[in-house]
Design a protein around this ligand. Sequence first.
Ligand SMILES: C[S@@+](CC[C@H](N)C(=O)[O-])C[C@H]1O[C@@H](n2cnc3c(N)ncnc32)[C@H](O)[C@@H]1O
Length: 262
Amino acid sequence: MGNVTLPIATSIRVGRQDSEPDTRWRDYFPSAHQTGVGFGDLPKVARSIADILSRAPTEKVSQLVSKKGMDARIDYNSLAEEFNSAYWLRNFIKCLAVCRFASTEIAGKSRFMDFGGGGGPFSLAAISVSPNLSCTIYDESPAQEAIFVELLQRQLMPRNVSFQNRRVTQDLFLEKSEPRLLSYFLCENRHLLCGNAAIRGAIGDFSVVVDYLPIVRAVADSAASGGWNNRLVKSMKLPLDPELSVYLRQEIITISGGVFWR
Ligand SMILES: C[S@@+](CC[C@H](N)C(=O)[O-])C[C@H]1O[C@@H](n2cnc3c(N)ncnc32)[C@H](O)[C@@H]1O
């Protein structure tokens, strides 16, 4: 059973030759060539995100999450702008690091369902690793959809990502062979963690997950006992480029996730 946690420097540098930790944001961001959109550099994108969400103070959601940790409950309609202002870029960097870690497994896939995909950071990360992928976000929040549409219209999101404004329900889980992306979806749907059948239903035959470490561990335990393969990233610390640190108001980002398949 592959249950591997690579050392930090190796984890964030999958496929690279040298051994120094890589702290440059450019290596974590898709090129315009890869996505077909105008990403030149990350600060520019950070400014665009800030511009789109300029009405949104980041403090409110950051404080809510830091106070309650993984038990935070956020209304993704009334607080969608605040949430994305605080977390879109953070979550994108986490998703991108885990997608790079899982790039070999992702390489054979042609499409993903992005459960609770919100403003699309996981879909964008997956496409940056495998540009011919198409992704469909399933999210029940109209406000999250509005943010996704705004990113799309400003060409900050590639055209091979689409959005279905609906609740993720059992009928989607029954499509076992459809690969999935789940970033901070399981922490919002704890009922899916209450037993092996529910967990395995959520991850299907192939999933890439980004979430809090206890949730990643719960999925890994259940998946392993059912015969799924997995490779995990556990609390990987990624130092941020100084310019990005200023924007995100943190110097190190902590990443937990994994890839699960059978
Ligand atoms: C913590 S946010 C994560 C958003 C995005 N994946 C990211 O990493 O930034 C959780 C998202 O899942 C959506 N969500 C939670 N439960 C859902 C469900 N059962 N069906 C559809 N969307 C759901 C919420 O509307 C919200 O946009």
